[in-house]
Design a protein around this ligand. Structure first.
Ligand SMILES: [Zn+2]
Length: 215
């Protein structure tokens, strides 16, 4: 087995999507091709990879708007959390084979009720969508959602190894990717000791950013 993994700038609001595959098996998936389905499909074709699924991390249009075009170009079904009613349902703990890779799906609501993160355990790749960004976390619209997001983040903190690399859904940080260890050490939202501190930071984020010279 030989890993194929590409972070692709998809346009929109600095959206990132991903091509993940097994070169030996000649199979790959597209993750959130969003604004650039043609470019994603081209990257797979150039490497003679057959696209088996188009996966969405969550239902926000800036992540799903390329589905139809990508599906038309590849014939591959869309796969997402069951709430999206896609052709392939990925409930919590589902494992999607890509050649000899196994992509684990974790249901991590908060930013969006149907949010998944995708974890490839052999190479320790964590595709975090809009749950976890480099140095930030996904926006939430209520305290209840923020509490849910906290629980989802704690699940990653406890369950994903430090050396796993973190691949977000937008290029919002000081670098395009990170590691769990680096985020635990430097992401102010993961450094919160309690959910109350997390809620407090969310509500004072604009001031916090200004005080710490963050963009
Ligand atoms: Zn989103």
């Amino acid at each position: 087995m030989q890993l194929v993994f590409e972070q692709i700038r998809a346009g929109g609001d600095r959206n990132f999507g991903y091509l993940l595959g097994d070169r030996t098996a000649g199979q790959a998936v597209l993750i959130d091709p969003s604004y650039s389905p043609d470019a994603f499909v081209e990257r797979a074709r150039e490497q003679r990879l057959s696209v088996t699924h188009i996966i969405n991390t969550h239902s926000h249009p800036d992540h799903t708007n390329g589905n139809e075009r990508a599906a038309a170009l590849t014939g591959a079904p869309v796969a997402a959390h069951p709430a999206l009613q896609s052709a392939v349902a990925l409930p919590d703990s589902a494992e999607l084979p890509i050649g000899s890779l196994r992509l684990r799906c974790l249901h991590v609501p908060g930013h969006c009720a149907d949010h998944l993160v995708l974890y490839e355990p052999t190479y320790r790749l964590l595709i975090t969508g809009d749950l976890l960004f480099v140095g930030k976390v996904g926006g939430t619209s209520s305290d209840a959602d923020a509490r849910t997001e906290w629980d989802s983040l704690q699940r990653l903190v406890r369950g994903i190894p430090d050396e796993a690399t973190v691949w977000p859904g937008h290029d919002y940080g000081v670098r395009p990717s990170s590691t769990m260890a680096l985020e635990k050490a430097t992401n102010p939202f993961l450094r919160c000791a309690t959910v109350d501190a997390f809620l407090q930071l969310k509500s004072s984020w604009a001031t916090f950013k200004k005080d710490h010279g963050l963009k």
